[in-house]
Ligand binder design. Sequence first.
Ligand code: ATP
Ligand code: MG
Length: 716
Amino acid sequence: AVAPQLAYLSGLNPEQRAAVEATEGPVLVLAGAGTGKTRVLTTRIAHLIATGRAWPSQILAVTFTNKAAREMRERIGRAIGEVAEGMQWLGTFHSIGTKILRRHAELVGLRSDFTILGTDDQLRLMKQVIEAEGIDEKRWPARQLAGLIDAWKNRGLGPDQVAAGEAGAFANGKGGRLYRAYQERLKVLNAVDFGDLLLECLRLWREHPDILEQYQDRFRYMLVDEYQDTNVAQYLWLRLLAQKRKNLCCVGDDDQSIYGWRGAEVDNILRFEHDFPGAIVIRLERNYRSTGHILSAASVLIAKNQGRLGKTLRTEDELGEKVTITGAWDSEDEARLIGEEIEALHAKKHPLSEIAILVRISAQMREIEDRLVQLGVPYRVIGGPRFYERAEIRDALAYLRVVNQPADDLAFERIVNVPKRGLGDATIQVLHNHARAARVPMMEAARFIVETDELKPKPRATLRDLLISFGRWSKLSETMSQSEVAQIVLEESGYTDMWQKEKSADAAGRLENLKELVRSMEEFPDLQSFLEHVSLVMEANESDTSERVSLMTLHAAKGLEFDTVFLPGWEEGLFPNQRALDESGRAGLEEERRLAHVGITRAKRRAKIYFASNRRIHGLWNSTVPSRFVDDLPEANVEIVEAPANFSYGGGYGGGSRFDRMQPFSGSSYQTPGWQRAQAHRASTEDGGSSARRSRDRRGPMMIEGELVAKSTGSS
Ligand code: ATP
Ligand code: MG
């Protein structure tokens, strides 16, 4: 019998148990979706603590999202009680990196209250750097430089380590120089971007081996979930930390590697066995999540990929429902069908929290959201910075950032003339020039300028007032709660007033958002931790546990599971995404297929795939064809619910190549009720499918975790 305190072990199968009990030395758990990898990690942590092998504070555990970290903490708590609260080092790479860096900030040229820049601030800063170098930003866009620098950082390369040839890739050989200039500007601003959170740790440890050793000693055991999606910088970071004790346990699945476009390297799996000789490799083969048809459909689909390590998966569950495929006339019709199904499920008492809608790009969300709102189905968007991304929220945050840290130039610049107070471009230029010349923050420059006659009397007086206000607000923040301060700042600055006076339709909503922001701040101990939360955690409504349907991108769905999963938009060009194919060819296609695999394997009991024959992209209707991934699914596990009359399902069984179906819908009759209504759209769909590809959203990759999930998956 299991000792009472080890009761948590009894829910494991023998392989899982072996993975939990192999506490010493390097361990790699390589196993498919739903085999209990995350469960193994959680149990392992509980085991390490319960058996006295380590204190909670001596365990480093890395999850892919903040949400996953929170869930893991709760689970460990349930297994072994509140001692789990002491897990200070359970979080994402970014949050752990931040914590380490704040402790030793001075050693890498920062102060401990450094700011973490969001994407738009990062771009603004890069623009400034490019312009300061006299380079034409239109020809060499900041976004491109941002992508380049981000890629270097993902590979663990600082400005000194970027090879000359590579650095020449931007603006005729100036890439390396701009990278260096950008890093210098960050230091002046006492700021870092997300890539720095790990890169600066690496530098810290390289330059201060004694500090590295402190951490090597502290972290007796290290655990990493979703290991297949680590990038090189993260790998180096882990390897350094684990070098001494070597108690590193990584779990992952090469078939779920979906962040290659952001620098993740599946090769880290192979590297692990090489760098940690004697590593125990454990495979888990039983899937506990999905019923038979779903698991089989997903396995056949992923088997079409060539670059795999390969594995077997089985379930002892019943076959359950087949994966359904539904063809809709257009995306609106698709949203309508999904809405109807959700209503039907809900009527049968299916909990809404067990329903997810997973889209390929975030732009697909709006129509679905509209439909859900119309039906009154409560939903939440997961993994997106939607709330914090709104303009009024960003403005409010900028005010608070300046209150928190007067040297935050980017924030200062954002709000110095919002609401409009006559501190226009000319004034800002004067501040800029002085700040640059004196190498001081703009706020400090402003303090100097208002004592001179460089500005006209009116802007000078206004600027002086603003400085006095900021001084007062900073003072208030020493004694008042951050939400009270926020309330005062928003009122006294005239910001709330600006929206109250505004007559536009959305002004009321914006005021509501500002209220919500002030409300949400109450949960934090101080302003600094709130701002940190905002930069790190971009998941709106995350703590809301009420009954809601979850809407998110496929990228954000990693590691999650739901009874019923809706998978809309399985169309060529959208999914697989044309941009991934254009940029990365075969590798891109395989990554897209892994994404499809991730989508299906989120489902416990029902997986529902949809495609639309027409989709509006940037306001234009385009006709589309079903995704090749639909063809990849085995006929035996699939049920066609509704499709255009002449839709012949290939099923990968010689039913004709998908190209035979290139124009299956034109001029034919159609079964769905949406057909007649949809006829009206015809006139605007004449331009055919190819423009659908040309007009896909082509934003570059983003760099921010949490935010990155929603933003970049919205584009790649
Ligand atoms: P993914 O690759 O999608 O992240 P995973 O391998 O991490 O999946 P888990 O999320 O840990 O899988 O587990 C999948 C589901 O199976 C969970 O609901 C989990 O509770 C359940 N499960 C795992 N192991 C067992 C077991 N031994 N007995 C019963 N249920 C289990
Ligand atoms: Mg998992």
